[in-house]
Structure formats: structure tokens, C-alpha cells
Design a protein around this ligand. Structure first.
Ligand code: NAD
Ligand code: SIN
Length: 471
């Protein structure tokens, strides 16, 4: 029975952007299986060349690609352009990462013997992508996977299939064989079918903890398959002993509200020294009031667009009310300025006196504030989460940063910088419910190939020196 048609709608306008029926998962996996060995057998230099061509193809289509990402996600055009730039830059970064982390090493021993370390691709890797960075994040798995010699079956989010299709067309236009990157259109059902398929050798996932945990369970009896999970966060930003409260407020606002809060590394919790609370929150709310929220193509450009769809906006406004009902004190109400469309104004709520503080990721422009009276208490608050993706300290005191760095539980720990804006040239991953210790970005090379160690000699010259009877 044919599955449900996937319809992509522009969040800002409600216009239908793209529609297509779901893919045949079996057929796509079979096609990839039939193609990967030939790609893997090509010299590494050939794959490098092909992916450099891919970067050029994307560069030549920057305007169209950014326009599509902005339409499909609702993020502002300026931001969609930075996403395209990141897709392009990923190629050179991955080439360096491949040779640094999974290249070849040889150490020579006595009499022509040597020990060699080389890496092999897994085979066919499935990639499941999220909607917030529909090109950059899947590309962050796909480029290293292809470089290492794998074929890829990629299912973009059902909320951003058009961007996924565009990305796949760019690989093909650059000369990556059609069979080596296959596109699966579909939603969670197709995602489940792909994850469960015997024909894949691994799964590279970026998305919510809920889906990641389900995949982890589904792979529990498949130790032979690689599973890389990049999941969400409930990230803290701590403000302590800092003289420049305007800059602190800017860093808080950038951390919490960039991309309308739809970043896995967005700050969800602001933990602030009781003494700085009043002046800092005055600056933060003043800035939040000034943010332009609008259509991704508007002129002047907005700071942030809508969230991905009306259901998400409803869930976020309801969650904001629920936080208030738990005893949170709203400092800035979250509003829906345009009836029927998922634009949201930033919501800020003081949860210090709340009966409970749910440890969930609210993937949108909601910031919870907690006052603390000493720095140890602030660190304990920051660590009061099952997640562990990113954390940031805003402070002029290096000794506080040393304490923060040593005690905070997160894969990304920043100082006087936002919680978001991670570099592709560094490893990217979290602990707890944020990942499964297979970080992506620069370390994606590690999960795209497995090491093979070999003791080698050109000739079979051997003798047993001890423990032999005379002949
Ligand atoms: P999601 O988990 O809903 O979906 C991600 C992908 O998984 C989609 O392609 C979806 O169709 C598929 N899927 C959903 N349910 C599935 C199932 N049961 N089995 C198999 N596949 C399934 O995530 P989303 O809402 O698209 O993205 C937002 C989430 O992604 C947020 O939680 C965010 O924090 C996280 N994220 C994490 C990172 C990171 O690198 N750590 C980066 C960006 C986003
Ligand atoms: C994300 O991948 O959602 C965020 C990356 C970042 O901005 O740090």
C-alpha cells in the first residue's frame, strides 16, 4: 500500500512548496548496496576530487539553495546563506579530518616487517536528518561517509524534503554515482523502515532524543551496525561576575533566540547571579523586544523567522503556559503576532520559584531563568539535566571558567561566547541524552570507517626459536 504523500509547506506563508509520494525504501537500499563497492574501490583521490566538485556545484547554486532553505524552514535568508556556506566548507574540513583521523599509518619493523593501519568503509550508511539545518546537518554525515567510500541512503525530515532533494541533486551533478547517494522521501514510518533494513551497515542520525532513544533500542541487538546519534539539549548559559551586561545580554539573546530557538545548542536555561538578575534581565528583555521577527525574505532582514509549523508553535505556546502554571513567573510573554502562522515572539520565564522544572527540550524561542546565590549552586543548576550538549559561561573571571569547565557536563563548553554557533572544524557531540559518544563534525570521520590493523612482510620468512624438539 502506498504511504502518505509528503507535502512541504512554507512556514511563513502557508504556501505549498513541494509534494511527492513516499519512496520505496527497499528499492533505494538495494540500489545503494549494488553501487557502494565500486565507489569504495576508487582511489581516495577520486572521491576527494568528486566532493570538491560537489562544493563547486553548491557554490554555483548558492542563491537558489539559500532561497529554498529560507522558504522551507522559515529561517531568514541571511541565515540560510550561512547554511549553504557551511555545506561548501564541509568538504575541505572533511578531507582534512579523513586524513588526520582515519588515514593510513605505517611503522617499519626489523627485516622488512611493518605494522600498517588503514581504514575501510562500512558499506551502506543510512542518514536521517532534522528540519532545523536541513542541508548542513545531513551533509555533515554524508560528505565524510562518501569520502570514506560508503554509499548513503538519506531520508530528510518530512518537514524539509525539498531541501533534501536539492542536496542530493548537487551530489549527483558533481559526479557522485546515482547509486551512491539515494534519497528516501517519507516520515517516521520510512525512517523506521530504513533503520530496520538488513541492507544497511549503519545509521547516522541527527534529531530529537525521543527518536534517538527509539533508534538506540532498535539497534540494541545489532552490535555489528554502527549507530551515531546526535540529539537535543537542555543547554544552560550561566552569567556571573561580568561588568558588561549589554554584551552578556546579547550573548544570551543570540544563544536563546537565533533560528527562533530551533538549534540543538540553543540556550534553554539562563542561570544568573542573584545580584545581576535585575539589570541583566532588563537588558535581555529590552533586546528581545527589539528583535525583528518576520518573513525570511523581508527587507530589512529579520533576526528570526517563524518556527517550523503551526503544531510546533501551538506546542510551544502551551508549554510556556504550562511553565507559568508550575509557578514560573513570565518576564516576557510568548505571543503569536500573525494569526494562523507560526511566528512566535521570544518567551522568557523565571522558574526559580517553580514547583518543578521539567527537564525537556523546548525547541523554540523559550528561555527559562533561574537565579542562584553562589557559583557552586549555579553549576549544580546547569548540570541538572539528563542532556549534555552545550553550556556557556559569561564571566570576566578566568578562575570561574576553570571551575565551570572542570565541573560542567557537556560536549561543548564555551566562555564568553554563545552556546550555539559550533565550529565544523571541531568535534560536535554531547553526553547524556544528547548523543551516544559518536561525535559528529570533525570527528564524523571516525564513525564513517573502521580501522584495520595489519602486521605485514613482503616475504613469508619465519622460524620457531623456542620450544621445538630437534628435527
Ligand atoms: P526528529 O527526531 O523528529 O526527526 C529526525 C528524523 O528522524 C526525521 O527524518 C524523521 O522523519 C525521523 N524519524 C522520526 N521518528 C522516527 C522513528 N521512530 N524512527 C526512525 N526515524 C524517525 O527531529 P526533528 O524534530 O526533525 O529535529 C529537531 C531535533 O533535532 C531537536 O531535538 C534538536 O535538538 C535535534 N538536533 C540535534 C542536533 C545535533 O547535532 N545534536 C542538530 C540539530 C537538531
Ligand atoms: C545545531 O546543529 O542545531 C546547532 C549548531 C550550532 O549552532 O551550534
Amino acid at each position: 500500500m502506498a504511504g502518505q504523500e509528503i507535502v512541504s509547506t512554507e512556514p511563513a506563508t502557508g504556501a505549498v512548496l513541494w509534494r511527492r509520494g513516499p519512496s520505496d525504501v527497499d528499492a533505494e537500499v538495494e540500489r545503494a548496496r549494488a553501487s557502494w563497492a565500486e565507489w569504495a574501490a576508487r582511489p581516495h583521490a577520486y572521491r576527494v576530487e568528486t566532493l570538491r566538485r560537489f562544493a563547486n556545484v553548491v557554490r554555483s547554486k548558492t542563491d537558489a539553495f539559500a532561497d529554498l532553505i529560507a522558504r522551507e524552514t522559515g529561517k531568514p535568508l541571511w541565515e540560510a546563506r550561512t547554511e549553504v556556506e557551511t555545506v561548501i566548507n564541509k568538504v575541505d574540513i572533511s578531507i582534512n579530518a579523513y586524513s588526520e583521523r582515519t588515514g593510513q599509518r605505517r611503522s617499519e619493523g626489523a627485516m622488512g616487517a611493518r605494522t600498517a593501519l588503514r581504514h575501510k568503509p562500512h558499506g551502506v550508511l543510512a542518514v536521517l536528518g532534522p528540519y532545523n539545518f536541513p542541508a548542513h546537518l545531513p551533509n555533515g554525515h554524508i560528505v565524510p561517509a562518501l569520502l570514506a567510500g560508503n554509499a548513503v541512503v538519506f531520508k530528510p525530515s518530512e518537514k524539509t524534503p525539498a531541501t533534501g532533494e536539492f542536496l542530493v541533486e548537487c551530489y549527483h551533478a558533481a559526479g557522485v554515482p546515482d547509486g551512491c547517494v539515494r534519497l528516501v522521501i517519507g516520515g517516521p514510518d520510512e525512517g523506521k523502515a530504513l533503520a530496520a533494513h538488513d541492507g544497511i551497515d549503519g545509521l547516522l542520525f541527527t534529531g530529537s532524543a525521543r527518536t534517538g532513544l527509539a533508534l538506540n533500542r532498535a539497534f540494541a541487538d545489532k552490535p555489528e551496525k554502527i549507530l551515531a546519534l546526535e540529539m537535543g539539549g537542555n543547554n544552560p548559559i550561566v552569567v556571573w561576575d561580568t561588568p558588561d551586561l549589554y554584551s552578556a545580554a546579547v550573548l544570551v539573546v543570540q544563544s536563546a533566540f537565533t533560528t527562533a530557538g530551533q538549534r540543538c545548542t540553543a540556550a534553554r536555561r539562563l542561570i544568573v547571579d542573584e545580584k545581576l538578575y535585575e539589570p541583566l534581565l532588563a537588558e535581555v528583555t529590552k533586546l528581545a523586544n527589539r528583535l525583528i521577527i518576520g518573513d525570511p525574505h523581508a527587507d530589512p532582514q529579520p533576526f528570526m523567522g517563524p518556527v517550523i509549523d503551526n503544531d510546533t508553535a501551538d506546542m510551544l505556546t502551551e508549554s510556556f503556559l504550562a511553565l507559568s502554571a508550575m509557578g514560573g513567573r513570565p518576564l516576557r510573554y510568548m505571543e503569536r503576532p500573525i494569526e494562523g502562522r507560526p511566528f512566535l515572539t521570544p518567551g522568557i520565564v523565571d522558574m526559580t520559584e517553580a514547583k518543578e522544572r521539567p527537564d525537556v527540550e523546548l525547541f523554540g524561542p523559550v528561555l527559562q531563568v533561574i537565579r542562584a546565590t553562589d557559583f557552586d549552586e549555579a553549576i549544580a543548576e546547569a548540570n541538572a539535566t539528563r542532556y549534555g550538549l552545550s553550556a556557556s559561561l559569561i564571566s570576566q573571571d578566568p578562575a570561574l571558567y576553570d571551575r565551570f569547565w572542570a565541573n560542567i557536563r557537556a560536549g561543548i563548553v564555551n566562555w564568553n561566547k554563545p552556546t550555539n554557533g559550533a565550529s565544523s572544524a571541531a568535534p560536535f557531540g554531547g553526553i547524556g541524552w544528547s548523543g551516544n559518544h559518536r561525535p559528529s563534525a570533525y570527528y564524523a570521520a571516525d564513525y564513517c570507517a573502521y580501522p584495520v590493523a595489519s602486521n605485514e612482510a613482503d616475504q613469508a620468512r619465519a622460524a620457531i626459536g623456542i620450544g621445538l624438539k630437534d628435527a
